[in-house]
Ligand binder design. Structure first.
Ligand code: FES
Length: 100
């Protein structure tokens, strides 16, 4: 994952966020990780087809909070909703080692 340059293993169907957090990192959130706030949005640099498909609720909230272009770009996904189904590379600023 970029820009930290870290690599984590994830069980199949774990969310991207949970996989990274399980390895001791903080991921910015603004809701109960239920797809509502879109603060966790990430850019998928590669492997977009190895993530679970975008659900209606994720799409609705991206559209409502980030505008039409956000749903036209398939690389933008919510890390609390997108589930890992293979190797991917994502970019998210604000992810950092959770030292608290
Ligand atoms: S943490 Fe709120 S939408 Fe993902």
């Amino acid at each position: 994952m970029e820009p930290l340059g870290i690599e984590v293993d994830a069980p199949a169907n774990e969310t991207v966020m949970d996989a990274v957090v399980a390895h001791g990192f903080f991921w910015p959130v603004g809701c109960a990780k239920n797809g509502e706030c879109t603060n966790c949005a990430m850019e998928v640099l590669s492997g977009i087809g190895r993530l679970s498909a975008m659900g209606r609720y994720e799409r609705q909230n991206l559209l409502r909070q980030r505008g039409q272009r956000s749903v036209e770009d398939p690389r933008l996904r919510l890390a609390c909703q997108a589930r890992v189904q293979g190797d991917i590379v994502v970019y998210k600023s604000g992810v950092r080692p959770d030292t608290l």
